[in-house]
Design a protein around this ligand. Sequence first.
Ligand SMILES: [Zn+2]
Length: 152
Amino acid sequence: MADCCSNSVEIKIESVADCPYCQSKGKSVKLITLKSMLEPSSLETLNAKESHYFCSNEGCDVVYFDTLKKAYLVSDLKVAVYQKDNSSNTPICYCFDWTKAKISDYVESGNADKPVEHIRQNIKENRCGCEVNNPQGSCCLGNVTAFIKGLT
Ligand SMILES: [Zn+2]
């Protein structure tokens, strides 16, 4: 599911590393994701030669860290990070703007299938850009599905 938005032939290296702050496992993210997400003042400190990882732990302020244990915090990003933000206006699907509030509305009005259907349709048309839109750098569909499951 994590690969549903990548239609390239490149082999994805599924590596993980421990977050230097909370010690939970962080998944590797591409450099392009950090380049797209970081505030200019943080971007200009980027170690572009290192590998980078995403910490999804809700209670941890670190969003990205690199092989040298350099960390980028929630405040270093231009957007709110779904995994670390309680606001109902934070997107779960960043590409097509499905916020927690919007998805909740659909679920409450008996249209729980609509958000995933809509996202899938756009993925099928190769319109998603998770690498540059979503802080986690990969497809949101797993998060959306889990969120809806939590509501119902
Ligand atoms: Zn962490």
